[in-house]
Design a protein around this ligand. Sequence first.
Ligand SMILES: NC(=O)c1ccc[n+]([C@@H]2O[C@H](COP(=O)([O-])OP(=O)(O)OC[C@H]3O[C@@H](n4cnc5c(N)ncnc54)[C@H](OP(=O)(O)O)[C@@H]3O)[C@@H](O)[C@H]2O)c1
Length: 235
Amino acid sequence: MSDGTFVIAGGSSGIGLELVRHLARQAARIEVWSRTPGELEQDDVVRHVACDFTTDDPMPLPPDPVRGAVYCPGSITLRSFRSLTPAEFRQDLEVNLLGAVRFLQAIHPRLAGLEGRPASVVLFSTVAVAQGMPMHASIAAAKGAVEGLARSLAAEWAPKVRVNLIAPALTDTPLAARLLSSPEKRDAMAARYPLKRIGTAAEAAALARFLLSDESGWITGQVLRPDGGLSTVRV
Ligand SMILES: NC(=O)c1ccc[n+]([C@@H]2O[C@H](COP(=O)([O-])OP(=O)(O)OC[C@H]3O[C@@H](n4cnc5c(N)ncnc54)[C@H](OP(=O)(O)O)[C@@H]3O)[C@@H](O)[C@H]2O)c1
């Protein structure tokens, strides 16, 4: 990663915050768009811009040019299909899919890579799209839509913009806190994975940094899977 300007939606918590902390060592400028700054440290490089992706309010005006953009907001809704209401499906679609659409429509006109190289967009999915799991109908449906969006845009925006996805399994962030609230729960979750532990925000953020960098310059329309082997390996 060298210089350039990046916009990280949801860079005030979890995986996004970890990404911003590392990116700030190399980027010229980073804008973090979310509802609150949370634990974000702002300085000459990092600036918070308040916005809510689940409303139709006008999006902030992005900086120009934007070399890379990441959309991190998401949800974990774990309920049986029977107990899920259409309103809950709609909520998951709002933050995961329509929020990403609002963000990308605001950012796209400003996306420009450095010195003729493509700009880079990263979206987040979940392991529950590749691997069917009980209780995941709503979030898997919403993230499945995000995967379709990302591959379509990878085609529509090539060769000027690369678009890729990261599909984590359970990762230790505030979003997952409810599932990891006791040592017993943590152990039970870890035991489900071929690699016998859950993921860290730093591991998912490292993949986002790679996808933003020119080191991944020939990768577009792909899904990277920090999931401890859950989607592909049986032990
Ligand atoms: N953690 C996991 O186990 C896991 C597993 C699979 C997939 N993922 C996916 O990975 C991505 C990152 O997850 P994470 O665990 O890092 O989440 P997180 O800790 O909850 O962080 C989410 C970020 O998005 C922002 N955000 C949420 N709703 C927003 C809204 N309506 N408008 C503007 N900003 C909003 C939050 O800031 P504000 O609240 O201040 O707005 C925060 O900065 C998500 O897409 C998630 O679905 C996570």
